[in-house]
Design a protein around this ligand. Sequence first.
Ligand SMILES: Cc1cc2nc3c(=O)[nH]c(=O)nc-3n(C[C@H](O)[C@H](O)[C@H](O)COP(=O)(O)OP(=O)(O)OC[C@H]3O[C@@H](n4cnc5c(N)ncnc54)[C@H](O)[C@@H]3O)c2cc1C
Length: 378
Amino acid sequence: MTHKFDAVILGAGAAGLMCAIEAGKRGRRVAVLERAGGPGKKILISGGGRCNFTNLHCHPENFLSANQHFAKSALARYSPSDFIALVEKHRIPYHEKALGQLFCDRSAREILDMLEAECRAAGVQIISNCNIREVRRNDRFLVRAELDEFQAPALVVATGGLSIPKLGATSLGYDLARQFGLRIQPTKPALVPLVLESRDRAAYCDLAGVSADVFASTGHHEFREKMLITHRGLSGPAILQISSYWEPDRSIRIDLAPGRNVTDTIREAKVRNISAARVALQTVLPKRLATRWLDLHAPPTWTNEALTRLESEIHSWVLEPSGTEGYDKAEVTAGGVDTSELSSKTMEAKNVPGLYFVGEVVDVTGHLGGFNFQWAWS
Ligand SMILES: Cc1cc2nc3c(=O)[nH]c(=O)nc-3n(C[C@H](O)[C@H](O)[C@H](O)COP(=O)(O)OP(=O)(O)OC[C@H]3O[C@@H](n4cnc5c(N)ncnc54)[C@H](O)[C@@H]3O)c2cc1C
């Protein structure tokens, strides 16, 4: 059976639902086609079930893209305060956790319920369990699903990235971009735990669960947040943030004692030895990590020169990860549809009138902290 709409949106995630609401409010007949059993699966598991739905301090610098300026227009036209107004209209209680990150007090479900209610009010049809077989274009777009065909003059691709395939992620968005001749910036897992090479894994990963407040950096990018040791490597917000910038064969650098001097107390100790060093390092790091790290980095002597070297090693622990935990564990996909192919005001493909790409499928990737949802809403 053939169904005619003004706009067909592929993907009922954050970006697709928001786009559907706005188009519906403007009187368009809108269908959202979703492969999974229901809309917004990622919204439901986001932010540990509480959905970090935006960030009060949302700036273009919080996004990675081959074109750093592309996100500006959308973020200015639909800002965090616009989304907060929607959340408040639906009386969803929320709080600022840290660094401007806004979370639901109760459950991410409330954000999805809100979007579904707005969709209903705007007359949007959400069609779940919809397997898209083919997309063609003549004077309009034709989307062929298993049993039905959908036609519309406007097609919005909001199929997200490749992360968490078990929640329904597919490469459809990138495949369609290629089909219509749009360039793609290479994709990679981002906001993802890093895997340590075997020697470091053997040395540290039995401490899985231990965390510390660090400065983590790679290249020119650094973040001060928590680092967590895992069974295979490192995670925690500081590591997830730098993972988006990390490239294979590059090292990462960890400052284990940001803004603190550790060796002064060793210099002043009655006896300079490994015990004095342990006591000093345990003031800034969890006991087990301090002990292990010193076992592997203790200087051969305790001269002033050796202590100066030790101090600098504590602030610059260099590791060479062997890889990442991949799309199964990545919060987002970096790269995607090349922004030079799209209008930054409308997200329409410059060379394919009526074809739009929104959300994570586009080469705009936010830092951890609510930025990826804000990009999807904007
Ligand atoms: C565990 C986890 C926690 C996260 N927490 C946060 C957070 O707290 N704050 C934050 O800002 N960001 C968070 N993110 C990132 C955020 O969820 C995404 O950036 C955001 O959902 C992207 O929105 P989107 O609509 O572009 O894509 P998605 O939300 O991924 O939606 C894409 C939709 O398209 C559907 N789809 C895919 N392929 C097809 C196909 N072939 N046919 C039909 N439909 C298809 C998918 O099933 C999905 O419903 C988290 C991500 C993960 C994985």
